[in-house]
Structure formats: structure tokens, C-alpha cells
Design a protein around this ligand. Structure first.
Ligand code: COA
Length: 317
């Protein structure tokens, strides 16, 4: 887990108030910080039926912290089934977790009852509390979701059904022959239907699982997470491009550099319909041609953003 220096200038409510005459100044709240969790091969034994507290020891703490926020927001608040919150993309994704330092009193101050003199100072400890998270999924991806599709745990279970099931127990998955598209994860290349912002082939990365604990919302936390993830990807724009050496083309003396997929600055999100305005603040645009579908019973639409690669410093509202 690597600490990332972050710009805290937009933590509006974390700015200490100006001192007022006769009123003691509020203590400056501690500066939140963001941790970066790189893709983790060792998540293979993550138990999706248990919470982050009951996972095997080899699951990195940073990832468990991300799941603690996702469980509070998506499972408890929005009613997503716990077993569907962790998915197969978590292994190969980058995750960021934002923490706030929270002070807890261990023992209160003790005053002399007669004189009021301080006999023992208050003892407190500070804990880093995970309060927000986001993940970035590298390409390739499954085919774009189908308009009107109903997905549970990433699997298309029905199309155009007005029922919005919330648990995988309530519906039967469609048979493979009933699903158009199939799995794309094993292919280097994307071949999808063209949409308003995607030609069906260009490699793109996906941002998602953006969540901030209720008590910490409207303080610019989501903005910090989105900006951090976008800037990181802009700076590391070649990191997911397949390498001719790893693929063995170099050994064969073949020059395939021009033919391998390369990330050229395209981000996609599957946004909850109610969060569209949040993503628009960061420059994402709704893709009308992707329609609307349901993931875990929640209406979603497709949104895209193109950034310049190799620049960093994406500006969000
Ligand atoms: C969406 C979410 C991540 C926003 O987190 P946040 O830290 O409160 O967001 P920020 O403070 O960075 O910015 C939010 C801005 O968008 C606005 N906003 C927040 N939620 C909004 C919503 N649902 N609809 C419209 N605007 C919204 C806020 O008013 C704020 O605007 P302001 O700066 O003008 O006051 C948080 O509300 C959340 O976790 N929601 C539940 C999970 C979710 O819906 N995730 C998105 C999945 S696509």
C-alpha cells in the first residue's frame, strides 16, 4: 500500500474556521490521505459471502478498507447482495481508499472537584478511518451491457423484465446461448457495438465502485478520488498496454507494436442513473446509444470521458 500525496485544497469543510473574538478557534481537522492499492493477484481466496472483517489474512488491509466502505454504501445503504459486491474485476483493478483521521477519547480529563485544577489530561487516540473508495478496471472488458438488460453479479439474467430483483437467488441466469456477446476478458482486442462515444474497438478503462460514507458526503471527497484516479491513469498511460515482449512476439522477431491495443485516454463508467450529475461535474457525458440497464436492481447508464494522455492534473469541479 503506497501513500499518495494529494491536493487537499477542495476539502471545503475541512478548512478551519476563521477565529472569532472571544471564541476559541476550532482545532484544525486532520488532513485526510489517499492510499493506492495496485492490482492484487492474491485476492483469489476473498470470500464473497463474508464481510471485509472475516477475510483470510493474505487479503491486503487496503483492499479490506475499500470493501468496508463498499459494504456500508452499496450493501447496507443500497441493498446490493453482499456476495455480488466483490466481483471478478476486483483482482485486476487499481483501488484507491481515502481516510480521515478520527480522534477517540480513551479517558476523559480529571479535574480537582474543589479547585477545578486539571489533575489528569484527557487521553485520546487517533484512528485512520476509511471513508471513500474508487476503482479503475483495465481493459479488455465484457461487451457493453444490453439496453433493458438485468444483470446480477455481472451476469445478464433477463432483458426488459420489469421486475428488479436484488438477489442472485431470485432469478435464474440466462443460458450461454441466450446471451449475445459472451466473455471478452480473454481477448486482447475489443469488438463491441459502436455507441455515441465508443467506436466499439478502442481500448478504454473503467472507473467504478465510487462510494463515500454518508457522514462524509458533500465535502469534495468523491471529487478527490475521481481526480486522483484520472490523473494516475493519465500519468501511467502505458501501464495496461500489452507488451510485445510478454506476449512472446519479440522472441519470434515479429514487430507487432503498431497492431497491439493502446490506451489513448478513454474512460467509461456505468453510472447509477441518480449519480449522473455527479459524474457530469467531472466531464463525463451520457452515451444515449448505450441505453439503460439494471445492475443489482439499480438503473445504470453509460458515460464517457476522454483525457489527454501523459499530462496529469485533470481538472474536476
Ligand atoms: C455519489 C457520491 C460518491 C458523491 O460523494 P461526495 O463525496 O458527496 O461527492 P463530492 O462532495 O465530491 O461532490 C458532490 C457534488 O455533487 C453533488 N451531488 C452529490 N450527490 C449527488 C446526486 N446524487 N445528485 C446530484 N448531485 C449530487 C453534491 O451536491 C456536490 O455538489 P456541490 O459541490 O455543488 O455541493 C456519494 O453520494 C455516494 O457514495 N453515493 C452512494 C453511492 C453512489 O451512488 N455511487 C456512485 C455510483 S455511480
Amino acid at each position: 500500500m503506497t501513500n499518495v500525496t494529494m491536493d487537499t485544497s477542495s476539502f471545503r469543510s475541512f478548512t478551519p474556521r476563521e477565529p472569532q473574538t472571544g471564541v476559541p478557534r476550532e482545532p484544525a481537522p486532520p488532513t485526510p490521505f489517499i492510499s493506492f492499492i495496485k492490482p492484487q493477484g492474491q485476492l483469489y481466496n476473498y470470500n464473497r459471502h463474508k464481510t471485509h472483517k472475516d477475510q483470510p489474512e493474505n487479503i491486503p488491509k487496503g483492499f479490506r478498507d475499500a470493501m468496508s466502505v463498499r459494504e456500508k454504501v452499496y450493501v447496507e445503504e443500497q441493498g446490493v447482495a453482499l456476495e455480488n459486491e466483490f466481483d471478478n474485476d476486483d483482482h485486476r483493478s487499481c483501488h484507491w481508499v481515502i481516510y480521515a483521521s478520527v480522534n477517540e477519547t480513551i479517558s476523559p480529563a480529571v479535574l480537582d472537584p474543589q479547585t477545578g485544577a486539571l489533575l489528569r489530561a484527557r487521553r485520546s487516540t487517533s484512528t485512520a478511518l476509511p471513508i471513500g473508495t474508487i476503482r479503475l478496471v483495465p481493459f479488455p472488458h465484457e461487451a457493453h451491457p444490453r439496453n433493458g438488460g438485468i444483470y446480477l453479479n455481472g451476469v445478464l439474467t433477463n432483458v426488459g423484465d420489469p421486475v428488479r430483483p436484488r438477489s442472485s437467488e431470485t432469478v435464474k441466469p440466462l443460458q450461454p446461448q441466450e446471451i449475445q456477446g459472451g466473455s471478452r476478458r480473454n481477448s486482447l482486442y475489443i469488438r463491441d457495438f459502436p455507441t455515441t462515444f465508443h467506436n466499439g474497438q478502442e481500448p478504454y478503462v473503467k472507473l467504478g465502485r465510487l462510494a463515500v460514507l454518508k457522514e462524509f458526503r458533500n465535502k469534495g471527497i468523491a471529487g478527490q478520488l475521481v481526480r486522483t484516479a484520472i490523473s494516475w491513469m493519465q500519468a501511467h498511460y502505458t501501464v495496461f498496454n500489452p507488451s510485445p515482449t510478454t506476449l512472446g512476439f519479440d522472441r519470434l522477431g515479429m514487430d507487432v507494436t503498431g497492431q497491439l491495443p493502446k490506451w489513448r485516454g478513454l474512460f467509461c463508467i456505468h453510472a447509477q442513473e441518480e449519480a449522473v450529475q455527479v459524474w457530469e461535474r467531472y466531464g463525463f457525458q451520457v452515451d444515449e446509444k448505450m441505453g439503460k440497464w439494471f445492475e443489482e436492481g439499480i438503473a445504470h447508464v453509460g458515460m464517457w470521458l476522454r483525457v489527454e494522455v501523459g499530462k496529469g492534473g485533470h481538472t474536476v469541479a
